[in-house]
Design a binder for this molecule. Sequence first.
Ligand code: ADP
Length: 222
Amino acid sequence: MVEGIDGSGKSTQVHLLDKWLRSLGLRVFFTEWNSSDVVKEITSKGKKKALLTPTTFSLLHATDFADRYERNISPLLEAGYCVLADRYVYTAFVRDVVRGCSPAWVRKVYSFAAIPDITFYFRVPPEIAMERILEGRPKLKYYEAGMDLNLSNDEYESYRIFQGRIVDQYESMVGRDRFVVIDGTLGIEEQQERMRRQVLKVIQRPVASLPAPVETRRAGGT
Ligand code: ADP
């Protein structure tokens, strides 16, 4: 799983990882933290009328995630796929808490989701992330800048305050959730090399702890 603020370089890295794992012959499934059309419609209506409280906003996203989790993520994990996710439950933990939900409550809502083998956290100062975003497109997005929180009328200032709070939340989770921290200011190749080294540790893990196949057990037993 990859986590970090927008512009931290997550997507770039997870795509490279995806290609590499496929080239090794592994079965890979890639999933993104994208809201379904239903949730997008409700949140945009709610935004206009200021109808959604932090709790309802959070539950809408959780419903959306639960649907993806049960349809795709969980069955594919059970089938032995390598599941790569561009943002996972930690995104909800940071965003919902910054919007006013209780951290313990949000974690409980998402407690059905499996803990990843590795969560890469891309650490970058918000200023660098914003520069990268604005190189690609002319404007910041409404939610990306946290404009719904009325932090400032200036969207750049709002972005700095909002993303700064998101970073604080991520940083508070580094130890607790055993994030593998990647310095997002490093070059693309260097980051990818570091990630591959970590992933190799997981995919080369001995499978000795698994029960022996039935045939073998029978042959060696009675
Ligand atoms: P995210 O998925 O975290 O929003 P992206 O991977 O989409 O970030 O990267 C955001 C922008 O920054 C893209 O234009 C990308 O090409 C650029 N970028 C990604 N990694 C780096 C890096 N290590 N150094 C400089 N620019 C980068």
